[in-house]
Design a binder for this molecule. Structure first.
Ligand code: C2E
Ligand code: MG
Ligand code: MG
Length: 412
């Protein structure tokens, strides 16, 4: 009983009555009162505060503003290490598909409940709950305060890592994506998912992006001078695109570094809901006019991606890793991959597959029309100084091991 009572439960459903019903059922079953929210934004705000961490989330899938699938994506970004129970009025098949998708993100799903839910149904899923293992606990998030993140930016504790992007057909290294990490004096290397959200929420993302971009362009210049022509990609948040002078800032930095603008890629994820889409649209259009390449990141993860494709002339589409890794073996994942690839090809965009984790993923890609691959199978993000050696070893690998693969057969 006491063990049950210690489980911290969060319930998220847009129907208040449903929240009341869930609270009531939890009380009957001997659980502590759950924290309840009727929208995803409020729930995320609560989770982002340092002392709040749910062990279990009861999640409604159908919500008007941020739906359950999008909410899961935000949990993945925060390295959520707890469990989930999915709730929906949708068909059993729909629930099963979403359950598979969530599990592909390595989040533990205890099961799903179809509305109207019953006390027995809820109880049987709650009984499956087990405390996370020690390693899961270690991997789980520590969320930093805005002051800590601000100090990290000011004190120069942010370090750019670079992850190679290679051409699928030839293996040629075409560019790198810049991923910022925080070299924390006590905690060691802290990953971006643990502080980008905080920076976005507290008006620090402009300063952060400027530091990352300036460093990446200076590095690109060093590589260029050494005879290495690489496209350099930098991630930008919606928050960056709200200020109209962003395009001029980027163009100015590119000119200072002396890099052709065509070599610079900005990867945009619509991770925050747009309050006023006009400013981002204008900024992105101006960036395009300055010949800077635009990439739509994490494609397929549930934001209003289609509207963006219609309005903004993106050059590149990055298929999210959850639709790449294992696509060869999983019909649902494969369907999302094929649909994204087909759409991008029709719009004449270059396609990058993220999350190429193993040989199976790579062999699968070689049989498709996907242009570029990125992922742990090729290389993990690395410090700039490691790149030349990595390129040498990649070329050796290509010659020896990868060339032995059956000749790529283009299908589609
Ligand atoms: P993203 O732009 O989609 O970056 C790809 C993420 O996938 C990186 O995580 C990368 O390390 C990881 N990854 C690469 N290959 C594989 C693979 O084979 N398997 C798996 N499972 N993961 C792989 P990371 O470095 O933790 O970055 C997370 C996110 O943080 C990025 O996602 C990006 O949205 C954001 N981010 C990183 N740097 C910046 C930045 O400077 N500014 C902004 N605004 N966001 C950033
Ligand atoms: Mg990216
Ligand atoms: Mg991505």
């Amino acid at each position: 009983m006491t063990e049950k009572f210690a489980i911290r439960i969060l319930a998220l459903d847009d129907e208040r009555l449903m929240l009341k019903l869930l609270s009531h059922m939890l009380a009957i079953l001997g659980f502590a009162p759950a924290v309840t929210f009727d929208n995803g934004r409020a729930a995320l705000e609560w989770i982002d505060s340092p002392d709040n961490y749910p062990d279990l989330i009861l999640l409604d899938l159908n919500m008007p503003e941020m739906d359950g699938v999008e909410f899961v994506r935000h949990l993945v970004e925060r390295h959520y290490g707890g469990s989930l129970i999915l709730i929906s009025g949708e068909s059993e098949r729909m629930l099963q598909t979403v359950t598979k998708l969530v599990r592909a993100h390595k989040i533990q799903v205890l099961g799903h409940l179809r509305k109207p839910i019953t006390l027995e149904g809820l109880n049987s899923l709650l009984e499956k709950w087990t405390p996370p293992s020690q390693s899961e606990l270690l991997a789980a998030k520590k969320i930093y305060s805005a002051d800590e993140v601000r100090a990290a930016i000011v004190n120069g504790e942010l370090i750019n890592y670079y992850q190679p992007k290679v051409e699928v057909a030839t293996g040629r290294v075409v560019g790198v994506e810049t991923l910022v990490c925080w070299s924390h004096p006590d905690d060691g290397i802290v990953f971006p998912s643990q502080f980008i959200g905080v920076a976005e929420a507290h008006g620090l993302i402009d300063d952060l992006t400027r530091v990352v971009l300036t460093g990446a362009l200076a590095q690109a210049r060093v590589w260029q001078d050494a005879g290495l022509t690489l496209r350099i990609a930098v991630n930008v948040s919606m928050g960056n695109l709200g200020s109209l002078n962003f395009a001029d800032f980027v163009a100015g930095e590119i000119a200072t570094a002396g890099i052709p603008p065509q070599q610079v890629v900005l990867e945009v994820t619509e991770s925050q809901l747009m309050e006023d889409p006009r400013a981002p649209l204008e900024v992105l259009t101006r960036l395009r006019m300055k010949r800077i390449r635009l990439s739509i990141d994490d494609f397929g993860t549930g934001h209003s991606s289609l509207a963006q494709l219609r309005d903004i002339p993106f050059n590149e589409l990055k298929i999210d890793q959850s639709f790449v890794h294992g696509a060869w073996d999983n019909g649902t994942v494969r369907a999302m991959f094929d649909a994204s690839l087909g759409l991008a090809k029709q719009l004449d965009m270059e396609v990058v597959a993220e999350g190429v984790e193993d040989r199976d993923d790579w062999d699968f890609l070689r049989k498709t029309e996907c242009d570029i691959a990125q992922g742990y199978f090729i290389a993990k993000p690395m410090r700039a100084a490691s790149l030349p050696d990595w390129i040498n070893s990649w070329q050796m690998r290509l010659q020896k091991e990868l060339a032995a693969a059956p000749q790529a057969m283009r299908i589609r």
